[in-house]
Design a protein around this ligand. Sequence first.
Ligand SMILES: [Fe+2]
Length: 340
Amino acid sequence: MESNVNINDNEKTILVVDDSRSMRLMLEDHLSQKGFRVCCADNGRNALDMLGSIRPDVILSDVYMPEMNGLELCEALHVSPEYTDIPFVVMSTENDADNMKRMMHFGAAAFIVKPFNIEQLMITLNTIFSYEFLILLKEKERLDVEQRLMLAGIESLVRALEARDQYTRGHSERVSIILSGMVKFSGGSHYEEERARLAGRLHDIGKIGIRDDVLLKPGRLTEEEFNHIKGHPEIGASILKNIHSISDIIPVVYSHHERMDGKGYPQGLSGYTIPLWARMAAVADTYDALTSNRPYRQGMPHDKALEIIDQASGPQLCPSCVRLFHEWCLKEKPETFLHR
Ligand SMILES: [Fe+2]
């Protein structure tokens, strides 16, 4: 992807995002005097809308704003390939370490602590327009492209698995919808929701290493066959282990067959030592297994599946995740769209 930042172009555009009118006027006045083109938005939502028609060289954003705050804006830009290369400068207050940390995670380029004077801001902007910074920006773009290609490669693997196994075809997608829905419902951010969606898609990727005669067997599995299929979480984790950008997803792939009583696999983890999203995925996985048609039986109705999930709550499934799932079901009514 080409960066639109041009170090020979003196008239750079800065998008100022701040709900304080006086702050916007002050910055517009000072930055215009320094030769910048300045556009202003009073919250993150309006800034995002403006990006449809302008392409700023830097976004200078406040943190606390109505409608969409600076953290949410930073996150939205981070997950949009077309905006991820625009340097994002945060105007924060001194005691905002938590937000700073989260925004760094979402790729914020710099922080400037309020109150600041225009000369301090110019130092920050000069750093951002410096040659070294542009090199770093190029490197970030390269890594972003690499990461997207890697994810596209993994998506192809999922498709290869789904082409082999009819059951897995809709299963990963449905687990992905349920898991991301639960994460969002429990207050997760847009970024976390997207990660959960990917985790759902990938949770059974290890089945690619399972023999056809076991994976596609319509009837009951022998002990040897069951032991073979139990290897899929480890195979999945080993396929993904070298991809740094999805290290947060591997626990779901590795631990989605653990049980609360410690009788699951592959590690026999118990209780809350099982990672949270893996416990949520186990509920989603169980619900989908119960409600899906198999060659040897019809899928169960929604209410019956919920009853069985309730019986499994405690020894097998995490009670808090089961409760969360019930609440999500009441709101979203998955029975009306998942198997249509
Ligand atoms: Fe699985």
